[in-house]
Design a protein around this ligand. Structure first.
Ligand code: G3I
Length: 342
């Protein structure tokens, strides 16, 4: 049997995977138990999953994940309280009973208060339900812009607040609601992708350092790390080093390494050589990551067949550590025993 990845990394950080309830049954559940020490809900702790209708909370799928984790000695990383994606439309409209019920919110002080009240109710319900059974949360996800001409993502949150104040408010509310149920040890993260890009990294860094200077209770930075074989590992390293100097916790939260597979129907004779190259990439990446002070490194799916990168348009994409039939890839050997790489 294969050496568990989590054992190889145990002195360095927890090894996580994004999962759904459907992954928990055998044989994927066995793969999870064998190799992973943490899970993140791929979709089922997002706003639309937990509160599809205002005031109606649904914890069924998330509970399955948390209960499974507890039964198997696995930790849980929460994803996510606030995001521009997978958030139900009601969140950005006037509530029932309001004269403008159902219409889009504007940006008045009253409208901002509606957003903050909703955020408090949402996080408060989650805090009451889970307390400290979930060790850390992405409080906000993907709030930095990809566009070099602006710092912050121009989301509905940003528009309604006419600025980034909602981010600090979200951390204050999250800390308050978790502390109120005694979950004072639960860590609060800001999570984003593209943190290896120096411009985006610096925008995130400035936000986090300003929040810290203002006493906003942010504990950690999550680097999603949706990357490819062309991504510079030294730029990932430079980003981790830069945030380390701030004294915040860090995690790699959503790792996958695309092999650059072509569109469906196009031949891909390089497939095997790319998979070998990916093994060497995982070797170099994990050699670097193991030198850093990280809480966890999470891959965004248990196996290639469950990756969001694998689509009908890209049927040969293979960004993760195990194959569709749950066999170890060169990427696995790159982490566990690089001497096995061709
Ligand atoms: O559940 C419905 C199903 O009922 C319906 O028939 C089907 C039709 O399209 O859609 C299903 O929902 C899909 C859902 O995943 C569950 O599989 C959504 O369409 C699809 O958009 C959704 O994609 C998720 C994506 O976030 C949404 O933005 C991916 O699974 C998930 O891996 C991905 O995760 C994100 C992180 O949260 C944030 N960082 C980037 C990362 C990758 O995009």
């Amino acid at each position: 049997t294969l050496t568990p990845v989590k054992d190889v990394l145990a002195d360095d950080f927890r090894f996580g995977a994004a999962v759904d309830p459907r992954d928990l049954a055998a044989p994927t559940g066995d793969l999870l138990n064998q190799h992973f020490s943490q899970i993140t809900a791929e979709n089922h702790m997002k706003p639309e999953a937990i509160q599809p209708v205002e005031g109606q909370f649904n914890f069924d799928a998330a509970d399955q994940l948390v209960e499974y984790a507890e039964a198997h000695g696995i930790e849980v990383y929460g994803h996510t309280f606030l995001w521009h994606g997978q958030t139900p439309a009601w969140w950005f409209t006037y509530p029932a009973g309001h004269p403008k019920a159902g219409e889009p919110l504007g940006s008045s002080a009253e409208d901002r208060q509606i957003m903050l009240d909703r955020l408090e109710a949402h996080i408060g319900a989650i805090a009451a339900h889970y307390g400290d059974r979930i060790q850390a949360w992405d409080v906000v996800n993907e709030v930095i812009s990809d566009n070099a001409t602006e710092v912050y993502r121009n989301s509905r949150w940003y528009q309604i607040f006419q600025g980034p104040e909602y981010i600090s408010e979200a951390f204050r509310i999250a800390r308050e609601q978790l502390d109120a149920v005694g979950a004072t040890d639960v860590k609060l993260f800001i999570n984003d992708y593209g943190t290896d890009n120096p411009a985006k990294r610096d925008n995130l860094y400035n936000l986090v350092s300003t929040m810290l200077a203002n006493g906003v209770p942010v504990d950690g930075v999550g680097h999603q790390t949706h990357i490819s074989l062309n991504t510079s590992i030294s730029q990932i390293e430079a980003s981790i080093d830069k945030f380390a100097a701030l004294g915040v916790l860090q995690a790699v939260t959503e790792l996958d390494v695309s092999i650059g597979a072509p569109a469906a129907g196009v031949e891909f004779p390089e497939l095997e050589s790319r998979l070998i190259q990916q093994g060497h990439y995982f070797k170099d990446l994990f050699a670097m990551l193991r030198q850093k002070d990280l809480e966890s490194v999470t891959v965004w799916g248990l196996h290639d067949g469950r990756s969001w990168i694998r689509t009908e348009e890209r049927p040969l994409e293979a960004p993760l550590v195990f194959t569709d039939d749950l066999q170890a890839k060169w990427a696995y050997w790159g982490i566990v025993d690089p001497s096995r790489l061709p």
